[in-house]
Ligand binder design. Structure first.
Ligand code: GLU
Length: 274
């Protein structure tokens, strides 16, 4: 009798502990390499896929304040992936990332994949795995329409350029305009607010992102030629090859059946300058 009581309470404790663990696992499915299951199997088992997306980047991932929904090219691509892997685009869940937080959140297991204007670079490949390229951008400059700055060559030591932490843009600009002062912000909405407030002479990032800002406030425009190549990829935790394969298959299907062009034309009106 004593033993069975002990057994019963032990079982209750075990069940409670298991429930607690299940409740904690509300993030991505990618952080479970120890269980022997691959991330794709876990995503299928959980019947949801968690994407890290931007919330403040018009055209790619922007929260609509009236509906609370996040909208943009990266969001539609994520939904198409969820539809392909889980049969329903509503099984895509979204968590906000910034340029600086996207790799740490992925590697912590909070998200399964990053679809957030993220350039494939050799440096990043050391930390995460990437899908095939799904969009081609290039770095450019956004200035007030009456600005004397016409291109990267005008960024001398009297100019301040605004950029975002953790972006390739912030690294590239130091090489391309070594004399200019660079001010870094947490995200693109902060950087654009600073530009509007006159805290800098130019904002630098991918042309596709800058088009979204110029669209929002037509007193700004892009100047000069693009000065880098920014091929966007979808990042997953290192070693999740089954998930990368499933994402690449989806991208290929979307391109073959015309859905990719439909999504692109819905959001991207301007062709990146060459
Ligand atoms: N595509 C560039 C990058 O991955 C700039 C855009 C961004 O900050 O997300 O860093």
């Amino acid at each position: 009798m004593k033993t069975s009581k002990k057994f019963l309470s032990l079982s209750i404790v075990t069940i409670l502990a298991m429930l607690l663990l299940a409740a904690c696992g509300s993030g991505g499915s990618g952080g479970n390499a120890d269980s022997g299951k691959n991330a794709l199997d876990t995503i299928k088992e959980n019947d949801k896929i968690v994407f890290g997306v931007k919330n403040d980047t018009r055209l790619f991932g922007l929260k609509n304040p009236s509906s609370g929904e996040i909208e943009g090219f990266d969001i539609d691509i994520s939904k198409a992936i969820a539809k392909e892997i889980l049969g329903d685009e509503n099984k895509a869940e979204f968590k906000e990332v910034t340029s600086k937080t996207r790799i740490p959140l992925l590697n912590k297991g909070d998200i399964d994949a990053v679809v957030a204007t993220m350039t494939i670079t050799e440096e990043r490949k050391k930390e995460v795995d990437f899908s095939d390229v799904y969009f081609d951008a290039g770095q450019s400059l956004l200035v007030k329409k009456d600005s004397p700055i016409k291109g990267i060559e005008d960024l001398d030591n009297s100019k301040t350029v605004l950029a975002v932490k953790g972006s390739t843009s912030s690294q590239n600009i130091r090489k391309e305009a070594p004399d200019a002062k660079v001010n870094e912000f947490e995200n693109y909405s902060e950087a654009f607010s600073a530009l509007k407030a006159g805290q800098g002479d130019a904002l630098t990032t991918d042309d596709a992102i800058l088009y979204g800002m110029a669209d929002e406030d037509p007193s700004f425009h892009l100047v000069g030629k693009t000065f880098s190549e920014e091929p966007y990829g979808i990042a997953v935790k290192k070693g999740n090859s089954e998930l990368v394969d499933a994402i690449n298959e989806t991208l290929k299907k979307l391109k073959d059946n015309g859905e990719y062009d439909k999504i692109k034309n819905k959001w991207i009106k301007e062709e990146p300058a060459s």
